[in-house]
Design a protein around this ligand. Structure first.
Ligand code: KG4
Ligand code: ZN
Length: 361
C-alpha cells in the first residue's frame, strides 16, 4: 500500500485540513453524486445512467433527461453520502456542474446543490464540466495507484466526448488555454451518428469499436478535412463520406437500414481510423509545439482502444487516460476540480446560474 500513494500523500500533507466535498453532476444523461476527500480520494461515486432509456430514441432526449434527473437526484445523493460514509457536518463544500450541458439537466443538479448548501450553511462551488474531465486525472484510482502522480505542467489535454472535442493547454492548476475545438460535430457525436447510419445502435462509440475489430480500416479512404484553424477539428465531412459510401451499395434511410451488401465492419473500421487519425495528428502536433510533458485523454471517447494505441504510438511524450469509470461522466471528477477551486478561494453565490455554453479558457 505504499509506492505512489506515499508520494502523493506527501503532496497532500501540506494541505490542512483535508477538504471533503459533495459533488453533483447532471449535465447530460448521467445523474451522479460523489464524495471526494482532499481532491483525490474517491470516498463514494454513484452514477445512475439513463443510457437504456435514451437508446430508444437513438440519442439523448433532453426533456426525458431532465425529468429522470429530478426523479433520481435525491436517492443518488443520499447513496453517495451513505457510501462515503459522510455526515452533512463533515462536508467542506457542495459542488455542482453548472455548464456546459443541457439546460434542463444542469438546472436539476445545480438546484439540488444550492438547496443542500443553503440548508446546511455550506459553501457552494460551481464547476465547469470540462474542468471535471481534466481533473479526473488527479483522482486516486484502484488500489494505491494515483493517476495524477508526478504530472508536470504544461500538459496537453484532449477531451473527447458526446458533446465536446477540446484541445487544451494546461500551464498550471486551473489555468487553461483552449487551442482548438470542433467546428461541427463532437467526436463522440460523430461515432453516435455513424453508428445510427450503420444500424449499430446507441451509444455508438462502443458499438463501432466492437464491429470495427473485424473490419479492414484501409478499405475506405476518408480524407482528413481541411480546416482553416490549425488545432480545430471537423467530423461532419467524414460522417457524410460514410453515408455516400453506404449509398453506393443501395438505398438507405440513414438511420437504421443498411443495404445488405454494405461491408459494415470495413466501413466502421475506416471511419474509426479517420477520426482517430485526426485526433492524434492534432494532439501530437500541439504537444510538440507547446512542449507539453504529457498528453492526457478524457471524456467518453477516450475509452476507445484504437485512439489510445494510435496516440501512444505517435506521441513523443507519455500518454495517459483515466480508467473507464472516470472516462465517462461522473461526479468524482467534479469533486476533484471543486477541491482546487475551493483551495483557490472560490465561493459562489446563490445567484450562480447554469451556463449551457460554458467554455474552458
Ligand atoms: O463523456 P461522455 O460519457 O458523455 C458526454 O459528456 O458526452 O461521452 C459519451 C460519448 C458517446 O458519444 C459515446 O459514443 C462515446 O463517448 N464513446 C466512445 C466509446 N465509448 C463511449 N466512442 C468511441 N469508442 C468508445 N469505445
Ligand atoms: Zn463529459
Amino acid at each position: 500500500m505504499c509506492g505512489s500513494l506515499c508520494q502523493r500523500s506527501s503532496l497532500t500533507d501540506t494541505r490542512a485540513p483535508m477538504t471533503l466535498i459533495l459533488a453533483i453532476e447532471t449535465s447530460c444523461d448521467e445523474t451522479a453524486a460523489a464524495v471526494v476527500e482532499g481532491g483525490w480520494i474517491v470516498r463514494s461515486n454513484v452514477v445512475a445512467t439513463q443510457a437504456a432509456m435514451h437508446a430508444k430514441y437513438g440519442g439523448v432526449f433532453p426533456e426525458v433527461a431532465s425529468r429522470m434527473h429530478v426523479e433520481t437526484i435525491t436517492p443518488v445523493i443520499r447513496e453517495a453520502m451513505e457510501q462515503a460514509p459522510a455526515a452533512w457536518d463533515d462536508l467542506s463544500a457542495v459542488a455542482a456542474t453548472y455548464g456546459p450541458g443541457l439546460p434542463g439537466s444542469l438546472l436539476v443538479g445545480l438546484s439540488a446543490a444550492k438547496g443542500i448548501a443553503f440548508g446546511r450553511g455550506l459553501p457552494l462551488i460551481g464547476v465547469n464540466h470540462l474542468e471535471g474531465h481534466v481533473y479526473s486525472h488527479w483522482l486516486k484510482i484502484e488500489d494505491d495507484a494515483v493517476s495524477g502522480n508526478g504530472l508536470k505542467f504544461p500538459l496537453l489535454i484532449l477531451i473527447v466526448s458526446g458533446g465536446h472535442t477540446e484541445l487544451i493547454l494546461m500551464r498550471d492548476h486551473l489555468k487553461y488555454e483552449r487551442l482548438g475545438a470542433t467546428l461541427d460535430d463532437a467526436a463522440g457525436e460523430a461515432f453516435d451518428k455513424v453508428a445510427r447510419l450503420l444500424a449499430l445502435g446507441y451509444p455508438g462509440g462502443p458499438a463501432i469499436e466492437r464491429v470495427a475489430a473485424s473490419g479492414d480500416p484501409t478499405r475506405f479512404e476518408f480524407a482528413m478535412p481541411k480546416v482553416d484553424r490549425e488545432f480545430a477539428f471537423s467530423f461532419s465531412g467524414v460522417k457524410t463520406a460514410v453515408l455516400r459510401a453506404v449509398q453506393a451499395y443501395g438505398e438507405t434511410d440513414g438511420r437504421g437500414s443498411v443495404p445488405a451488401r454494405a461491408p459494415v465492419p470495413d466501413l466502421a473500421a475506416s471511419f474509426q481510423r479517420a477520426v482517430v487519425h485526426q485526433l492524434v495528428e492534432k494532439a501530437v502536433e500541439a504537444a510538440d509545439r507547446y512542449g507539453a510533458t504529457e498528453i492526457l485523454l478524457g471524456g467518453g471517447v477516450s475509452a476507445n482502444a484504437a485512439l489510445r494505441e494510435a496516440m501512444q504510438r505517435r506521441a513523443h511524450v507519455p500518454v495517459r487516460w483515466p480508467p473507464l469509470w472516470l472516462c465517462t461522466d461522473n461526479a468524482a471528477m467534479i469533486g476533484a476540480a471543486a477541491h482546487y477551486r475551493f483551495e483557490a478561494g472560490q465561493r459562489d453565490g446563490w445567484d450562480l446560474d447554469i451556463a449551457p455554453n460554458l467554455k474552458l479558457e
